[in-house]
Design a protein around this ligand. Structure first.
Ligand SMILES: Cc1cc2nc3c(=O)[nH]c(=O)nc-3n(C[C@H](O)[C@H](O)[C@H](O)COP(=O)(O)OP(=O)(O)OC[C@H]3O[C@@H](n4cnc5c(N)ncnc54)[C@H](O)[C@@H]3O)c2cc1C
Length: 296
């Protein structure tokens, strides 16, 4: 697992070698199962050599660059995972819901404006927003992606389907390390459940330029009982959630709490860990300011 992770981590942002042909060079079998059980059966049977296809915006470029190679692709399109269900119990979002679907779903954006805020800020233009899925972003578990931190910031729970049926994991446990998630062989991400709705949220990300990947993201969430949380993304391998209720009005203590929560800063070609650590408090402060503007 560690070897696979480091290969992913170092290759992801590196341009393809010159002379590399941009084609998938393995014989590929495409599967579109029509039941959850059939999908898990396929994933289990070919567990060494299969990948789930979401929108393919991470997976397919990686395959054409020879950074990932499988013989089987399983498309979950026929499983009805592209819906949003809002009820008295909370919100359930299918793993195949795209950024664009979030943006066009009025009730969802009213209840969870954070998701629209984050989806709107995903770069790559309409193409990526049209086909990139929330589940694909979560499963890829890239430290600098927007969605992992936002989903942890919303205290979401992930519904996973596998050979023995469903299980649930908390979002904080789903992201186990950079580019690694909690899915076991035969499992796929079914949906996200957000059972508690925050009173207000704010979001801020720091990046080098309009089109670049985030260096640090911060999600601010105010919960019933006035508990205030900041969730940082991009600064460590996995998102970090911090209770800032007692320090939110004290700038120095607030910055110190953010700094103390970053125990192992994340390094990649975009920024060293020391830089990410340095900008984290600024991102958090701006996310908190946005939240406060919404409350006022
Ligand atoms: C030009 C460009 C700009 C981008 N800008 C940003 C940005 O600003 N911020 C940001 O956060 N992201 C950005 N992205 C990344 C984008 O968010 C992701 O590419 C997208 O959300 C991934 O979703 P997908 O459905 O395409 O994933 P896929 O590529 O289909 O899948 C990604 C990984 O997850 C696995 N997977 C997918 N769905 C499931 C599932 N249901 N169960 C189990 N495993 C699954 C796949 O096997 C694969 O390993 C950008 C991408 C591009 C190409």
């Amino acid at each position: 697992m560690a070897a696979q992770r480091s290969k992913r981590a170092c290759c992801y942002l590196r341009p393809a070698q010159s002379g590399c042909q941009r084609v998938i060079r393995t014989n590929l079998r495409y599967h579109r199962p029509d039941s959850l059980a059939a999908a898990s059966d396929l994933l289990w049977s070919h567990r060494q050599d299969i990948a789930v296809l979401g929108g393919g915006t991470h997976l397919l470029p990686r395959m054409t660059r020879d950074q990932e190679s499988v013989s089987h692709i399983v498309d979950l399109k026929a499983l009805g995972l592209d819906g949003v269900n809002i009820s008295a119990n909370g919100v359930s979002i299918g793993s195949r819901v795209t950024y664009d679907q979030v943006l066009r779903h009025d009730a969802l954006t009213r209840i969870l404006p954070l998701l629209a805020r984050v989806s709107h800020g995903v770069t790559g233009g309409r193409q990526v927003r049209n086909i990139g899925t929330l589940g694909g972003s979560a499963c890829f578990a890239m430290p600098g992606s927007d969605m992992p931190g936002a989903l942890v910031g919303l205290r979401s729970r992930f519904r996973i389907h596998g050979p023995t049926g469903f299980r649930e994991v908390d979002s904080t446990d789903f992201f186990t390390s950079a580019f690694v998630n909690a899915l076991e062989p035969g499992e796929f991400l079914h949906s996200f459940d957000i059972l508690d709705i925050p009173t207000a949220t704010g979001y801020h990300k720091i990046k080098h330029s309009a089109g670049s990947w985030p260096i640090a993201t911060a999600t601010a969430a105010l919960w019933e009982g006035q508990r205030l949380e900041i969730t940082l993304g991009g600064v460590q391998e996995t998102p970090v959630r911090i209770d800032v209720t007692k320090v939110a009005d004290q700038p120095e203590e607030f910055a110190a709490a953010i700094d103390a929560a970053i125990t192992e800063p994340w390094d990649d070609v975009l920024a060293p860990g020391s830089y990410r650590r340095r900008v984290a408090a600024a991102a958090a402060k701006r996310a908190l300011s946005e939240l406060r503007r919404r409350v006022a």
